[in-house]
Ligand binder design. Structure first.
Ligand code: PMP
Length: 420
């Protein structure tokens, strides 16, 4: 158990010791949807509003200079965190969804022709599917999907067969938000590049949980969100290689993204401003920077090890539960989340009882992966996802809760039999 982080970390998160559930301690296992924030991030946000806030890159006055400095410092913090070469390659967006849409609109519309192909996978979140479907409608390019194996891994043989000279982009998640599968981004990137295709990684579920270096593997675009890594909502990142971003047309038009505007046209600004039209997410970006400081202080590798211990414990315990179907691979190649389903009990009922009677917050539904659920022959699942403030006791509580729900929904005959 030495790989576990100290339980005292929980004390940094006011909401976890707050009275959310009328006296119940809160067991928060919905981290793949959004995490909580430590006091350090909340303080950083309050400090900006109380001491440093003004619009950025605009006024020649003290507050504007201060907030611009903090905002650009946040960009540098993100750059170092993901191993990018230049801050020009780090674009602040509103989140993973906005980042992927930016690439689909800007790069996609400028580069894809009828007959070109974009290769994605059946395990993608809707935000790495729908923007490509819309792109296909606009450009006439074709969308193809890598299938999964029966144990929830990407079918790499099918990937190689689907990867052809027509493939212009491979858009893939590094970690599935439903299956928990850690995808082999190194291998995918090497093979895609050898075939002449670019690679976009939806890293919403990996950047908060495991080390990342965008230059190894040498990905072309990477998208992730601040709110899944202890930061505020409303901010995310698009990393793109400078040469690609430079050649791409701006997506949104407006203030800040221009060098010059005439009545008959405009010239775009240099990177990264070219892709940050209007007032950017100033305070969320500064909050995200504080979140990165917090993560760095603990160490992202240590966080990953901690979650691996929790995931293994949960996997072992849940595997013993009668009638459960665990989605996705065995603990090898699995990140810190587990989704499961039962034939007779709907995920929503599960989540409701877990919350109301055990204080355990989990996600129930399709987790924005409807095509994947359809493929698995279910409409919904229940998902428990872990982060640095969870401990083995949280998993005990989850498992206890699951046993209780099962008893509650057991067929009458079996219930009577148990009582005898
Ligand atoms: N991709 C994945 C894999 C996700 O898990 C999520 C969030 N559930 C998203 C994309 C979308 O992120 P956001 O809502 O922050 O844009």
């Amino acid at each position: 158990m030495s790989a576990l982080l100290p339980a005292a970390l929980r004390d940094d998160f006011p909401i976890l010791s707050g009275n959310v559930l009328d006296g119940h301690p809160l067991i928060f296992l919905d981290n793949a949807a959004s995490t909580q924030r430590p006091r350090q991030v909340i303080d950083a946000i309050r400090n900006v509003y109380e001491r440093d806030y003004a619009n950025v890159h605009r006024g020649i006055h003290t507050l504007s200079e201060r907030s611009t400095e903090l905002y650009e410092h946040a960009r540098e913090k993100v750059r170092a965190f993901i191993g990018a070469e230049h801050t020009r390659e780090v674009i602040f967006t509103s989140g993973t969804t906005a980042s992927i849409n930016l690439v689909a609109r800007s790069w996609g519309d400028a580069n894809l022709q009828p007959g070109d192909e974009v290769l994605t996978t059946v395990m993608e979140h809707h935000s790495n599917l729908v923007p490509w479907q819309q792109m296909a409608e606009r450009t006439g390019a074709v969308l193809r999907h890598v299938p999964i194996t029966s144990d929830g891994r990407l079918d790499m043989q099918a990937f190689e067969e689907l990867l052809t000279e027509r493939t212009k982009l491979v858009a893939v998640s590094s970690v599935s938000n439903t299956l928990g599968t850690i995808n082999p981004i190194d291998e995918i990137t090497a093979k895609a590049h050898a075939a002449g295709a670019l690679v976009l990684v939806d890293a919403a579920q990996s950047v908060p949980h495991m080390p990342i270096d965008v230059r190894a593997p040498d990905v072309d675009f990477l998208a992730f969100s601040g709110h899944k890594m202890l930061g505020p909502s409303g901010v995310g990142i698009l990393y793109g290689k400078e040469s690609l971003l430079d050649a791409m047309p701006p997506f949104l038009g407006g203030g800040s993204m221009i060098n010059e505007v005439r009545l008959d046209g405009f010239t775009p600004a240099e990177l990264p401003a070219k892709f940050e039209a209007g007032t950017p997410p100033i305070v969320p970006a500064i909050g995200m920077s504080a979140a990165i400081d917090y993560l760095n202080q603990i160490g992202i590798e240590a966080i990953h090890r901690h979650e691996q211990v929790l995931m293994q414990l949960a996997y072992d315990a849940l595997s013993q539960v009668e009638g459960i179907k665990i989605l996705g691979p065995t603990p090898k190649d699995r990140a810190g989340l587990i989704s499961f389903s039962f034939d007779r009990i709907h995920a929503h009922e599960f989540a409701q009882v877990l919350n109301d009677q055990f204080g355990v917050a989990v996600r129930a539904g399709h987790h924005c992966t409807q095509p994947l659920h359809a493929l698995l022959g279910i409409t919904a699942s229940t998902r428990a996802s872990f982060y640095l403030y969870n401990q083995p006791e949280d998993i005990d509580r989850l498992v206890e809760g699951i046993a209780a729900v099962q008893k509650m929904f057991a067929p009458r005959g079996r219930r009577r039999k148990r009582k005898q």
